[in-house]
Write a protein that binds this ligand. Sequence first.
Ligand code: NAP
Length: 253
Amino acid sequence: MSHSVQGKTVIVTGGSKGIGKGIARVFANHGANVAVVARNLSDANSCAAELNETGVGKVQAFQGDVTDRTSMQNVANEVSEHFGGIDVLCANAGIFPSASLEDMTNDDWDLVLNTNTKGTFHSVQACLPYLKNAEYGRIVITSSITGPVTGYPGWSHYAASKAAQLGFMRTAALELAGANITVNSVMPGNIITEGLEGMGENYLEEMAAKIPMKKLGTVEDIGFAALFLASKEAGFITGQSIIVDGGQILPEN
Ligand code: NAP
């Protein structure tokens, strides 16, 4: 696998747990400096300490909330000051609370859209000045198969937020192509994370049975897809998505 991220600085929002932690681990193992961003600094610090024990690159925790524009601007400034620039943004932070259409409140809707979609916008905009200064900039968005390809009851707000990320991605890719910044996404299927475990054992078993590979994905499966999209070698790919789902969306029935 490419080592072109060696010495590059990578921000991973939602990097303290789950898929974000897997992305952070893969980049750190390939020699990148990694900024792990989450609201809970204590979790982010624990994650950084764990990854620093095994990784090659340096991992540092930063407190930030993607729903808050100023918070993300502060994080980008702090990360750049700490590591000397920003080369890659993995806009990964996201939430997936469940609510039926009948019961969904405006607050339920706003929380999901503000975190998953507006949070992506805040993260990209905050990192942009630094990505423009990089040799080549990379933005990798964690979307989902839910919304762009599939649906799941209770997740209409979540599905809308994940499909919206892809619309954002395509236009951002066009706007930033001239600045040598690529914007792509990874679309995970069902991946074992702290967040997904909260859906309960029945959900996990039901999902594993539906996946042709008969297992859920690992967070590193997503990390390696992100690593490829962030590599120098992927420099002519922009505005595209990679589905990482063990074949979940393939069956016709
Ligand atoms: P997770 O295990 O619940 O971890 C979520 C991470 O995001 C944590 O680090 C959390 O830390 C952070 N976070 C949440 N809200 C935040 C905010 N407002 N600002 C900054 N950080 C925030 O979730 P996950 O399963 O890894 O999911 C990560 C991403 O993958 C999401 O975008 C999700 O939509 C996507 N995804 C997941 C799956 C799956 O199967 N797990 C499938 C498809 C797509 P704090 O709480 O400390 O802020």
